[in-house]
Design a protein around this ligand. Structure first.
Ligand code: GLN
Length: 442
């Protein structure tokens, strides 16, 4: 598959051909990465996660409850893509409302991992990762609330980048955890991630959480020598395959001339607790708008209250219901202090810990997931699935930028690792990523 930077140099006629080719190939695919495809559209085609509004498209977040909802406007990121000569190609599959780590909870059925169809592609942006890895998309957009760009990228062997919170507009992104969500690029390599990031980044007055700061265009400097932290007390929790990848990445970074230091970080269980309480609380309020009146599907009933209950009972899947219930619980008056406030205190400590570390180092090298892509149905309980997010969620709680890139193969399956950067320091993050990619390839 040609890269995004190559595609952007093609004449119009060839771009049209490219779209046709991709659509033809995508229709043959058995992996269920796309939910729908759009033959119209001028510009280099790009795959879009089903929670980002594209005017005129049915946008459903992989949920029954949004069936029939037609987006009345473009998300800011879509506008920016169009201004840069790109155009949305189709909707990619995802966990319902971006809640999950495997793309198994979509109402359209699961997406299969292109490296091994008995395994998950990761999630929640599993469709976006799978279509890029399968060669039926040049690049894609995903969203990352607690790892949903980085983890599927790692499971499918592509590059996935989550920008600093506030760097990319959330206007037109269907909210899950509003204080955590960010849109970001999912690409074949780091160069394309930079290209796409440069298009997406920037202040947007339409998003009140957008950071009112400059977003200078990134020009990566692979010769810059950085201080990069490893986290030995984290690695112990990872599989042999991930540990091998970690050692390989450290050796590559050393060859590239970076200084490697060790840091200690707080136990991951605090991050899991703080993240899931926060994300579920925010989700429960965000999803209250799907009431059968304003969006998508309605189940008719005698009374208004009954209509709400029937619509929401039929429209949401089990995982979404579980989170709405738990989120409502942690926000209820008797438990607000014990759970929600406590989680916010923990979140503050997590932010402080990163701040302390970034006084000493430029980047942190971390696993993305404890193991390679897992088999369908292998996570026995929701809790087990939540625990697998231990390496990604701290980054969202602290609002930091991070990029996942493939560094290793184990038994035919890709292993991805992530670099984590300081707040709004995407420049250093990409400098390190481009150097790590070169070091791994050499
Ligand atoms: N797996 C995490 C969750 O279920 C993260 C999902 C995401 O980043 N959207 O909340």
């Amino acid at each position: 598959m040609i890269t995004l930077r190559e595609a952007l140099t093609l004449p119009k006629e060839e771009v049209r051909e490219l779209r046709k080719d991709l659509i033809a190939k995508a229709r043959e695919s058995k992996l269920n990465g796309y939910i729908s495809l759009d033959q119209r559209g001028e510009g280099v085609p790009i795959a879009i996660k089903d929670n980002i509004n594209v005017k005129g498209w049915e946008i459903t977040c992989g949920s029954q409850i949004l069936q029939g909802y037609i987006a009345p406007y473009d998300a800011t990121v879509i506008q920016k893509l169009q201004e840069a000569g790109l155009s949305p190609l189709g909707r990619t599959n995802m966990d319902e409302f971006a809640m999950g780590s495997s793309t198994e909870t979509s109402c359209y059925g699961k997406t299969l991992n292109p490296h091994d169809p008995s395994r998950v592609p990761g999630g929640s942006s599993g469709g976006s990762a799978a279509v890029v890895a399968e060669g039926i998309a040049i690049a894609a957009l995903g969203s990352d609330t607690g790892g949903s760009i980085r983890q599927p990228a790692a499971f499918c062997g592509i590059v996935g980048m989550k920008p600093s919170y506030g760097r990319v507009s959330r206007y037109g992104l269907t909210a899950y955890g509003s204080s955590l969500d960010q849109i970001g690029p999912m690409t074949q390599d780091v160069e394309d991630a930079i290209l796409l990031y440069n298009i997406l980044a920037g202040y947007d007055p339409k998003d009140s959480t957008s950071a009112p700061i400059d977003s200078p265009k990134i020009v990566p400097n692979p010769e810059r020598k950085l201080t990069i932290a490893t986290v030995p007390n984290y690695i112990r929790e990872a599989s042999r395959a991930v540990q091998e990848g970690y050692e390989k990445a450290i050796a590559a970074l050393q060859r590239e001339g970076h200084k490697i230091v060790e840091v200690q970080m707080m136990e991951a269980k605090y991050k899991i607790a703080a993240y899931y309480i926060t994300a579920m609380a925010e989700a429960s309020t965000n999803l209250s708008r799907y009431d059968g009146v304003r969006y998508g599907k309605r189940v008719e009933a005698e009374t208004l209250r009954e209509m709400y209950i029937k619509t929401r009972s039929a429209g949401f899947g089990d995982e979404v219901k579980r989170r709405i219930l738990l989120g409502t619980f942690v926000l209820s008056s008797g438990y607000y202090d014990a759970y929600y406030i406590k989680a916010q205190k923990a979140r503050h400590l997590i932010q402080e810990e990163y701040k302390r570390i970034f006084q000493e180092v430029d980047l942190i090298l971390s696993p993305v997931a404890p193991d390679v892509a897992f088999e369908f149905g292998s996570k026995k309980s929701p809790l087990e699935m939540y625990l697998s997010d231990l390496y990604t969620i701290g980054v969202n709680l602290a609002g930091l930028p991070a990029i996942s890139l493939p560094v290793h193969q184990a038994g035919g399956l890709p292993v991805g690792l992530q670099l984590i950067g300081n707040l709004f320091d995407e420049q250093t993050l990409f400098d390190g990523a481009i150097s790590l990619q070169r070091g791994i390839r050499s």
